[in-house]
Design a protein around this ligand. Structure first.
Ligand code: SF4
Length: 248
């Protein structure tokens, strides 16, 4: 349960900024501060270039956290390097599970088939939680239109993972808004978008999407799983938490 004052702060932020532009929401997060206390967590996926471009125009040292699950498409890694160079981003932090953790829990790299929740936990959620420790909160690129499960996404939420604030500046953006921003700023597209991937995660858990399907319907297709866990309240651990500092 979040502290009452945090819940009240989030309620007030949502009320005051209901009509604020995404750029203004981002500017307010670093107003007058040398080191930005809110990290942008980016997958460098299909629509990530929008927020990455926005923060680069405000502060190229903006902290950006990139979780490398070691199961990503090679195209994502190439795209990450391309955007970093194009936008002049100087503070992209790469985080991944330590080799001992991976060897202990997923020695054959097939855990995504037998227990995808634990696979996401050791490769993503635990890593993200550790990487966010220095920050007051984090920024995501989630949008309401992406899936029915995101239909009521607020601009600001209390984040149960770090007991800080999670900001979704693009919550109200549509697919058309995203396309217009890409066009207006001549942003490069992730190469898999043209091959039918509107949402891009790990290679074994992402498939192309047909016309009319939710953009995220290609993630964990054929299972009940819809989120990797970084946007869900913490569950009772099935695995031992990562030892302090066991990140690559
Ligand atoms: S998306 Fe799939 S491969 Fe990636 S961490 Fe989750 S279960 Fe593992």
């Amino acid at each position: 349960m979040p502290p009452n004052n945090q819940t009240a702060q989030v309620r007030d932020l949502n009320r005051r900024n209901a009509d604020a532009a995404a750029q203004d929401i981002l500017c307010a997060l670093c107003d007058g501060q040398q080191a930005v206390p809110y990290a942008l967590v980016s997958s460098f996926g299909a629509e990530s270039a929008v927020l990455l471009h926005m923060v680069s125009e405000i502060n190229r040292d903006w902290p950006i956290i990139f979780i490398d699950t070691m199961m990503l498409f090679p195209e994502t890694l190439t795209y990450q390097s391309e955007l970093a160079l194009k936008f002049g981003l100087t503070n992209i932090q790469h985080h991944r599970a330590g080799p001992q953790t991976v060897t202990r829990h997923d020695p054959t790299a097939m855990l995504h088939q037998s227990d995808p929740d634990t696979c996401c936990r050791i490769r993503k959620t635990d890593v993200l939680t550790a990487s966010l420790r220095p920050y007051s909160g984090w920024i995501t690129g989630r949008k309401r239109h992406q899936a029915q499960t995101r239909g009521h996404l607020p601009l600001y939420e209390v984040d149960p993972i770090i007991a800080g604030i999670k900001i979704n500046p693009l919550a109200h953006w549509t697919g058309q808004d995203v396309a217009a921003y890409f066009q207006a700023h001549d942003l490069p597209r992730h190469p898999l978008v043209a091959r039918g991937y509107p949402s891009i995660g790990c290679t074994p858990c992402t498939s192309p999407v047909k016309d009319g399907e939710d953009p995220r319907s290609g993630r964990w297709r054929g299972t009940q799983k819809t989120e990797c866990g970084i946007h869900l309240p913490p569950a009772a651990p099935k695995t031992q938490p990562l030892p302090q500092g066991e990140l690559a």
